[in-house]
Ligand binder design. Structure first.
Ligand code: SF4
Ligand code: SF4
Length: 472
């Protein structure tokens, strides 16, 4: 039985509700009066339900698609302006006991080079990331109770926060590790993590079990209820996502939105972020084995309708996507992207030979962080290295309340300009610096509050004089 407030996986992600939603969308997508009423509701920027979102996804009318894209862009600007938050993944270890058939780290893969970073190696990776200009990381590690126990993850987080190299600092560590216990989530919270991220991969239970034949991850309920345990452990910023291409996109799109609705209904706060990765090629993984690849036009529509359905949730896209695809997705609602990423263990310090390949997936966007920042500026976006909310205790429902009533924009824009200024003073190429300086000058006047604006001017000049780490 479908119950969004239940904490049992098969009740808040009810297979029959997903199937009946898909059927409802198929049967009603030609009803333009109904489609118009959903578009009108969406225009209020307060979100739409999984049923309404499925209806829009099913509607093939090109003019409706254009309106969806326009609306997604408007909603993105209303809540996030033209700011794009930057981050980088940091792979700690690719030892894994699970059998996920779509991931090269699966336990049976004998060709991949296995690596686990020591604390000294983590230090070297973090210094390399700080020297690029990164302030926000997403930690990644396979599930391996002996090689990557929770103590190793906690020690690594501690190491990362402790490194202050030149003007560099990692100010927010998000963590993407396997589903774990309430007690371990509590320990992660106490270690000061930002968002706890866990992708569902697919919400279809039968398919999930087939794709995860061995290891603890094969337990669908344990994995699907992970965010509930994280919330019970005191982590109030959680990030969800599916790997599009494993299951039909219709099924997982509805499941993803139902998961967001469940978190909102049960804990009063929806997911902090939604990631939208698409399956891509990797060692020992052939995308031809998967029949549900999502073409670009459908993928863009999925991203746009997700933005409309959950206006308050950050949306993340990785370097799995090409520069061209990322440019389009930024217009449709994506608010966070990675830049200069390495998806191998130790990849920021050492270039790997093909024999040493330890990557989780092949990157489509190989540009450096500086190139990505320069490109964003050319497209009119503000690259932001802001991590202020988490450090000011603005997490969970406190963050969502500020976002929903629009007050967050008094923080986001000045913080974006201040952190961009830090970036260009310490790390940018002359060309990127010039573009950023002119954007900062131009956008300062857009800071709505007079007092905040004059403090931002003061902070910018202090940054020019060598001081760092200001925030609103
Ligand atoms: Fe391990 Fe995660 Fe890869 Fe599965 S997806 S094999 S759990 S690293
Ligand atoms: Fe994100 Fe908060 Fe910074 Fe805005 S002020 S960019 S919401 S961390």
């Amino acid at each position: 039985m479908y119950n969004p407030k239940s904490t049992t996986a098969t009740e808040f992600i009810s297979d029959s509700e997903i199937r009946s939603t898909m059927e409802y969308a198929r049967e009603n997508c030609g009803n333009m009066q109904l489609v118009e009423s959903v578009l009108a509701k969406a225009a209020q920027a307060k979100g739409i339900s999984h049923r309404e979102a499925a209806l829009l996804l099913e509607c093939n009318d090109p003019t409706v698609t254009e309106r969806i894209f326009k609306l997604a862009n408007e909603i993105k600007h209303r809540f996030y302006g033209n700011r794009i938050v930057m981050f980088a993944p940091l792979y700690l270890s690719n030892y894994c006991v699970n059998g996920c058939v779509y991931c090269p780290y699966h336990a049976k893969n004998k060709t991949i080079h296995r690596k686990k970073l020591t604390q000294d190696e983590i230090r070297a990776e973090v210094i390399a990331l700080q020297d690029m200009g990164h302030k926000r990381l997403a930690l990644e590690a396979g599930e391996h109770p002996l090689m990557n126990p929770i103590e190793y993850i906690l020690e690594s987080i501690n190491t990362i926060y402790s490194i202050k190299h030149k003007n560099g600092a990692i100010r927010r560590v998000n963590v993407n590790i396997a589903a774990t216990t309430v007690e371990n989530y509590r320990r992660l919270r106490d270690a000061g993590i930002g968002t706890y991220i866990l992708f569902q991969e697919t919400y279809n239970k039968d398919n999930y079990e087939a794709l995860h034949p061995t290891g603890p991850k094969k337990d669908y309920a344990w994995h699907t209820e992970a965010m509930d345990r994280a919330m019970q452990g005191g982590i109030d910023d959680v990030g969800i996502g599916v790997l599009f291409g494993l299951e039909t996109y219709r099924y997982d799109f509805v499941g993803l939105l139902m998961h967001a609705e469940h978190l909102e209904a049960t804990y009063g706060v929806g997911p902090h972020t939604i990631s939208v990765p698409r399956l891509c090629k990797a060692d020992d993984v052939d995308t031809a084995d998967f029949k549900n690849a999502v073409p670009d036009d459908i993928f863009y529509k999925i991203v746009a309708i997700t933005r409309i359905a959950v206006p308050y949730t950050g949306m993340i896209i990785s370097t799995r996507e090409s520069a061209k695809s990322r440019a389009r997705l930024l217009e449709l609602g994506v608010s966070q992207i990675s830049g200069g990423s390495r998806t191998s263990v130790g990849g920021y310090v050492n270039e790997e030979t093909p024999e040493e390949n330890s990557s989780q997936f092949d990157i489509a966007d190989h540009r450096s962080l500086d190139e990505v920042v320069g490109w964003l500026l050319d497209l009119g976006h503000i690259p932001s290295f802001c991590t202020a909310c988490y450090r000011e205790g603005r997490t969970g429902d406190r963050f969502m309340t500020l976002l929903k009533n629009g007050q967050i924009s008094n923080c986001c824009l000045p913080n974006a300009l201040i952190t961009l200024k830090e970036y260009i003073r310490d790390y940018a190429s002359p060309a990127t610096r010039e573009k950023a300086e002119s954007m900062i000058k131009r956008l300062l006047s857009d800071v709505p509050n007079d007092r905040v604006r004059s403090r931002a001017v003061e902070y910018l000049s202090k940054i020019d004089n060598g001081e760092r780490d200001f925030r609103f």
